[in-house]
Design a protein around this ligand. Structure first.
Ligand code: NDP
Length: 276
């Protein structure tokens, strides 16, 4: 039995155990994947105990992705770029490799859904762990510009500075603001990487959406999130929640732990999707 799991707070809502069970069935792998509720004070100790007791891999979710990066003895390039880790892999001689599969999961899901990033004007809300995970790979798709919006504007400014220092974008590609109300040019794609939808809070939208503008909320839920409802009301053509991203990032994690081919995702998305 191969022990895997996900650490977070809250964690009870996580659909990861069901997703990984379906991946394991595809390949007849014998796994046990559990949810672990933890606190900032216990996080380090719980992770150490999990791997000491034979854990073969773990996911980390809100709000511990940056804590997880600090625990690792080695980071993949994309985890280092993100400064946040969602996948922990034990090393043979002790220590942990930290990876971040969130950005890859988002970009694969956007592609599957036919959303365009290259040459487009993007709004990305948020400057936390998931924003750090998705922005480097989004910027690699060469959008025309990215408006980085966060209510704590200093965090968005720090994130922009980190992205520039890493060389993943030019100064003029990223603008930072406290509210999307201040964006004066039309926007093609709006991505919510805040946790506003967890508490059902709305976000100010930019005043101008281009024809055919699309929206994506990283949060997934049985019903359209407040953010997606706002976008639909504003005339967005296509809106999606983050369930596809969740499955895609999970497939990338699973492959890291177990080797072999990347699990097939379309059937898993169809079987487990809770929402729109
Ligand atoms: P973090 O706690 O690291 O960051 C939270 C961010 O949300 C911060 O930028 C914070 O702003 C902002 N925020 C929180 N509440 C509000 C609000 N009411 N209004 C405006 N901004 C707010 O969280 P993560 O980045 O890890 O996760 C964010 C969301 O993404 C969660 O809903 C999570 O479930 C989802 N997610 C989904 C994934 C998927 O696979 N589908 C993968 C990863 C995340 P401030 O800095 O001002 O506090």
């Amino acid at each position: 039995m191969i022990r895997l799991g996900v650490f977070g707070n809250p964690i009870q809502h996580s659909l990861s155990p069901g997703i990984h069970r379906l991946f394991a069935e595809q390949r007849s792998d014998n796994i046990q994947y559990e949810r672990y509720l933890t606190t900032p004070g216990q996080f380090r100790h719980r992770i150490a105990a999990f791997f000491r007791d034979g854990g073969a891999g773990a996911n980390v979710t809100l709000p511990f992705k940056e804590h997880a990066a600090a625990l690792c003895t080695q980071l993949t390039e994309r985890a280092r770029l993100a400064g946040a880790v969602n996948t922990l892999i034990p090393q043979e001689l002790g220590g942990l490799i930290g990876d971040n599969t969130d950005g890859e999961g988002l970009v694969i899901d956007l592609k599957n859904k036919g959303y365009k990033v290259s040459g487009c004007s993007l709004v990305v809300y948020g400057a936390g762990g998931s924003a750090r995970g998705i922005l480097p790979i989004l910027l690699q798709q060469r959008p025309a510009c990215v408006h980085l919006v966060n209510r704590t504007v200093s965090k968005a400014e720090r994130l922009k500075a980190d992205l520039l220092a890493l060389g993943v974008a030019e100064e003029k590609t990223i603008t930072v603001c406290e509210s999307a109300e201040f964006i004066t040019t039309p926007v093609d794609l709006l991505i919510n990487a805040t946790s506003s939808s967890l508490t059902g809070q709305s976000l100010p939208l930019p005043p101008h959406l281009s024809d055919g503008a699309c929206g994506y909320d990283l949060m997934y839920a049985p019903e359209a999130t407040v953010f997606l409802r706002q976008l639909q009301a504003a005339g967005c053509q296509q809106c999606s929640d983050g369930f596809g991203m969740l499955v895609e990032q999970a497939a990338s994690s699973y492959q890291r732990w177990m080797g072999g081919d990347r699990p097939t995702t379309a059937s898993v998305i169809q079987q487990l999707s809770p929402g729109i």
